[in-house]
Write a protein that binds this ligand. Sequence first.
Ligand SMILES: *Cc1c(COP(=O)(O)O)cnc(C)c1O
Length: 495
Amino acid sequence: MKFISTRGGEKVTGAKAIVQGLSSNGGLFVPEKFPQVTKEEMDEMLGMSYPERATKILMKFLDEYDEKELLSACEAAYAKFEGPDPAPLVRLDDGVYILELFHGPTCAFKDMALTVLPYLLRKGCDICGITEEILVLVATSGDTGKAALEGFKDADGVKIMVFYPADGVSKMQKLQMCTQEGKNVNVVAVKGNFDDCQTAVKEIFSNEQYNEILAGNNVMLSSANSINFGRLAPQVAYYFSAYLDLLSSGQIEEGEEIDFTVPTGNFGNILAAYYARRMGLPVRRLHCASNLNNVLTDFFNTGVYDIHREFYKTTSPSMDILVSSNLERLLFEISGRNAKLTAKRMNELKTEGRYEITEEERKAIAEIFDGGYANEETSVEAMYDVFVDTGYTMDTHTGCAMKVAVDWFEKNKKDETKMVIVSTANPYKFPQDVLYAVTGNDVKDSFKGIKRLHAATAMAVPKCLKELRDKTPRFTKTADRKKLFEEVLDFIKGK
Ligand SMILES: *Cc1c(COP(=O)(O)O)cnc(C)c1O
């Protein structure tokens, strides 16, 4: 299968798309066409383990990879998850389920893809005959950074550098990143918010002069952000797997359509659900849940994407994003794969902070997607209600999704379509905010929060968060966002 850029021009193999991360004109790589999953293949996958299902889905896109080797890589990746199932479904209520994607090594859903990406990248380099050292650059709103560091630490021929917004991540997220071990890693805080961080990193990618300097040092850039197709592909797999689990446990019938509600930031997770739908998975609607930074909610309602608005720092920091990069891939599809138009809109976004789609396109999107959001009170309320009614504790991001799902249920009382709410983080990753939501108690310290949350819920505390308490931060540097390339150079030169 070949991959093309949303802004036209390039056509590359899957391996190249993954190694390169971003197309040279700034566009995102998308599959030339959507591979289909047949009924026979669904039947076959029904009896498979999670790594086997993931391999099947990945091979649909990445047919130049070796299937056996890929299966071993997936098995090794998902063996790092706690518990027997890397993506278990929990039944919350009649027809309402939570898809827990946070059982990986860093307790957020990013692990679903970032435990597999290092293999895809390394093998991709072999396939493309690339001999340079790879430098993975990451801009993170909190969870990608840690998951990428953990995935790539001590990998051969790869260095990884993570930039996070100095005041835009939770205390636990910061501690997780700054205590990272491994000899090929670096973490730098950036003055500004996530959008500043992401823009600065994207500029390094598209700056020819920078890339020449790097090439002179035998270094090639790659990305572990969800703009990289290698992040997206493993995410498509869990939508199939969740559907198959519902089917095999008799909760749905063959071919029955279901809905997903997805807590959304950079639009990667929910885009993977859309891809699954395009590959033939019976998905009816996708509910895009935002927090107070509800630029996507407005976009779905009005067709106008406008970042001229206040930026809020919320208790769901991984969704504190105004420029959702992966929306570009949906725009590309909805415009009838019009690369020129997509490029024009992305340029408008860059220069004017705004673009508008046609009413026809808006309606086409509304056939599948709707957008909703939770504010700081309504997300807490949703988390509290679920806790009191069912005893289930969810994290703050999933709380936003819960609120959006509840709004949908209230507006559509007769709707009997089964709903899967995607849960993106372990509640202990945001212990103080979750404790407050379920008990009303405020504590000043994260570790005290963990202790109290454990007392209130009796949920097991994941090892990787417990251990953090005794670790000393290795990375303490804060940089100006105009000077990130200097940091990159220092790092590759070992300064
Ligand atoms: C990254 C993240 C999100 C947002 O996912 P996108 O793919 O960026 O839309 C939501 N919740 C948590 C906990 C995350 O880490």
